[in-house]
Design a protein around this ligand. Structure first.
Ligand SMILES: C[S@@+](CC[C@H](N)C(=O)[O-])C[C@H]1O[C@@H](n2cnc3c(N)ncnc32)[C@H](O)[C@@H]1O
Length: 225
């Protein structure tokens, strides 16, 4: 099955949206992206905003925040759990939204959603929608490739229960969470760090790319630098 924004993937996210928001590895790296956001932005776009956990944290940084997603349930929960007068949640695929809007953004941010898109194409389109000195800030999942990465990955799996216990007061996830994610993980595919480097070079040129401990990579790109 395709990893993109297909009916099956949307259905999976509609189900995942109904789970309670809890600490996870995506949340772990929100702060890493937030510290790269300049104050007093006019408009920030959160791509694949889910239930709006990150979107809400953008409120102090901008006059207007737009969260887009393809899952109806995600957006309903985003409005309910993380609604705010500064935030507008819109149900639309990012590919369509960026093609249709005449807005330009100070920051385009996204966590754990890029692997559902054609990374190189969407990064090129995002770049074209930035204001001068605008930023693209991405965290997404990475596929281990080199020996050192596999080693890190195993270490992360060993440390994971301790971190979960500290952050969320529990070691394992519930049966309901396991079942909701199982179908999704069956098809989810990720790129390797080497592929990320190639994609970024082809779409953005220069950007800071980093591999993080818990199976994630990040891209920090500043337009015009
Ligand atoms: C794993 S969730 C991450 C949600 C949120 N960013 C977070 O960190 O909790 C990925 C989200 O991307 C959305 N998504 C996938 N493909 C998309 C697309 N083409 N356009 C907009 N949203 C998309 C999904 O519906 C899902 O809510």
């Amino acid at each position: 099955m395709e990893n993109g924004n297909t009916e099956e993937v949307i259905k999976q996210f509609d189900r995942i949206a109904l789970l309670q928001d809890r600490w996870d590895h995506n949340q772990r790296y929100q702060q890493y992206l937030l510290k790269n956001i300049p104050r007093y932005c006019t408009c920030i776009l959160d791509v694949g905003c889910g239930t709006g956990e990150l979107t809400k944290r953008l409120i102090p940084y901008a006059h207007e925040i737009i969260g887009i997603d393809v899952s109806e349930n995600m957006l309903r929960e985003a409005q309910r759990r993380n609604g705010h007068e500064k935030i507008r949640y819109i149900k639309i695929p990012v590919e369509t939204y960026l093609q249709e809007t005449d807005k330009k953004f100070d920051v385009i941010i996204s966590i754990a959603a890029l692997h559902h898109m054609h990374e190189e194409n969407i990064l090129k389109i995002m770049k074209a929608k930035l204001r001068g000195h605008g930023k693209i800030l991405i965290v997404d999942l990475v596929k281990s490739e080199r020996v050192m990465e596999w080693f890190l990955s195993i270490l992360a799996a060993l440390v994971n229960p301790i971190i979960r216990l500290l952050m969320d007061g529990r070691i394992t996830v519930t049966k309901e969470e396991k079942e909701a994610w199982a179908g999704h993980f069956q098809y989810d595919t990720y790129v390797t760090l080497r592929e990320v480097q190639r994609i970024v070079k082809a779409s953005l040129g220069a950007a800071a790319i980093r591999r993080h401990f818990f199976w994630r990579y990040s891209i920090v790109y500043t337009h015009g630098e």
